[in-house]
Write a protein that binds this ligand. Structure first.
Ligand code: DTR
Ligand code: CA
Ligand code: ZN
Ligand code: ZN
Length: 437
């Protein structure tokens, strides 16, 4: 605890006063060192559902999103539209492969030092035999949601951020090779690192980290260590995905992988759970649909991507503009006990809350897996922000959640509700903040 017992008593006593008085304050303008936001896995899964719909509408037999087919171009257009709406500078590169036109989508986040470019990429094409939701809708959707989180949080990194969705990877890394080969050497020299994400939601997942650039590798391994998930070095990855195009010209690379058709060993089952069968039994098959995803793996890898991008771009955060309602009174959380709340009284906001309500949570608590954290709307509607987890041994919940609260009237008393559901580890609510655009 950061407060003396006496101070805490006063602070707790003050919560009613502070909670009632917590009103609008001008959006903070101070720069603060960035901490990666939680990437809502529900949002990533929505992108996968949209890619599934695109495949189902193109190509018959469950459809596909393969190079040269309508489903691929529709996938590119889908991703581009979301990035354009979020304020990215996007461009589409065309190339020809096997007699068909291919497309790369490049999206630059305005700002940052353009002499230091951090890139993250995923191939967006599937094989012709299926919709390619794990291979590689998973990587594509995760970096899309991360890019949208950059925009949502007003992240202003020191380095320049560039995201890419590659065409024709399944034909031999064609799109990423085209990009690198057509990039002037002066531009290549500006790329400080390329992060690759190809199959990160396998249904029987392993947690593999590319063993290429040591700094990038360490970022990923530290993240997984922080959430208590063991990792292994990706051994079969060399040459097997788009990072090879960058590695071949000397650009530092890294990435994550949850496994393809190889079989999980019994030792890996001990480590990660699952079964001693293929990591992804639907690899390159028609059953690579939205049912072919492990949500936990997708969530963990999406958050690991954000962690690495924020850390490797070493930026600052400009808090979102808008009206902020904050309660900074400490609220002690009883060990394995009753729920506690911290509230803010929202006034002066017209109409309903937004579909991307920023909910800032700062809870100091060892073994955060003990905690269930909910947002309670003025009418009592409960929005779960964080479920109980017996395995999340990391400390503290310090992140900004994005909640679709558009069904709620904005004005009224909103509460952050927290309950510690396991004995021993303890902590307190440090602050609770709502930001309305
Ligand atoms: N070649 C990728 C899948 C793949 C197989 N092994 C690895 C290792 C690392 C990254 C990706 C892969 C594909 O089929 O798209
Ligand atoms: Ca997450
Ligand atoms: Zn593939
Ligand atoms: Zn792939």
């Amino acid at each position: 605890m950061s407060l003396s017992a006496r101070q805490r008593v006063l602070a707790v006593a003050g919560i009613t006063l502070a909670g009632l008085l917590a009103g609008a304050v001008p959006a903070a303008t101070a720069q603060s060192v960035a901490a990666a936001p939680d990437i809502p896995v529900a949002n990533v899964k929505q992108h996968l559902a949209d890619l599934q719909s695109i495949a189902s509408a193109n190509g018959g037999n469950g459809g596909n999103r393969a190079h040269g087919r309508a489903g691929y171009k529709a996938s590119i257009d889908f991703v581009k539209a979301k990035l354009d709406a979020a304020g990215y500078t996007t461009r589409i590169e065309q190339f020809t492969s096997s007699g068909s036109t291919g497309y790369n989508l490049i999206a630059d986040w305005p700002g940052g030092d353009t002499n230091q470019v951090l890139m993250a990429g995923s191939h967006l094409d599937s094989v012709t035999s299926g919709p390619g939701i794990n291979d590689n809708g998973s990587g594509s959707a995760a970096i899309l949601e991360t890019a949208l989180a950059v925009a949502r949080t007003g992240y202003q990194p020191t380095k320049h951020l560039r995201f890419a969705w590659w065409g024709a990877e399944e034909l031999g890394l064609v799109g990423s090779k085209y990009y690198v080969n057509n990039l002037p050497s002066t531009e290549r020299a500006k790329i400080s690192g390329y992060l690759n994400f190809d199959m990160i939601g396998s249904p029987n997942p392993g947690y593999f980290v590319y063993d290429d650039d040591p700094t990038i590798e360490k970022n990923f391994k530290d993240y997984f260590a922080g959430i208590g998930v063991p990792t292994e070095i990706e051994t079969e990855g060399d040459g097997r995905s788009d990072h090879a195009s960058f590695k071949n010209v000397g650009i530092p690379v890294g990435g994550l992988f949850t496994g393809a058709s190889r079989t999980k060993t019994s030792a890996q089952v001990q480590k990660w759970g699952g079964t001693a069968t293929a990591f992804d039994r639907c690899y390159h098959s028609s059953c690579d649909t939205t049912t072919n995803i492990n949500d936990t793996a997708l969530d963990r890898n999406s958050d690991a991507i954000a962690h690495a991008i924020w850390n490797l771009s070493s930026g600052t955060t400009t808090p979102p503009t808008g009206t902020v309602f904050e309660n900074t009174s400490d609220v002690s959380i009883p060990d394995n006990g009753a729920v506690v709340t911290s509230s803010v009284n929202v006034t002066g906001i017209t109409g309903n809350a937004p579909s991307d309500l920023a909910v800032g949570v700062d809870i100091i608590h060892t073994w955060r897996g003990d905690l269930v954290v909910d947002l309670i709307a003025p009418d009592g509607t409960v929005y779960n922000l964080k479920p109980y987890s017996s395995s999340d041994s990391a400390d503290n919940v310090q992140t900004t959640y994005t909640v679709n609260a558009s069904a709620e009237v904005a004005n009224g008393s909103w509460s952050l509700r927290v309950q510690d559901r396991a004995t021993y580890d303890t902590g307190y609510i440090n602050s609770f903040k709502l930001t309305f655009p």
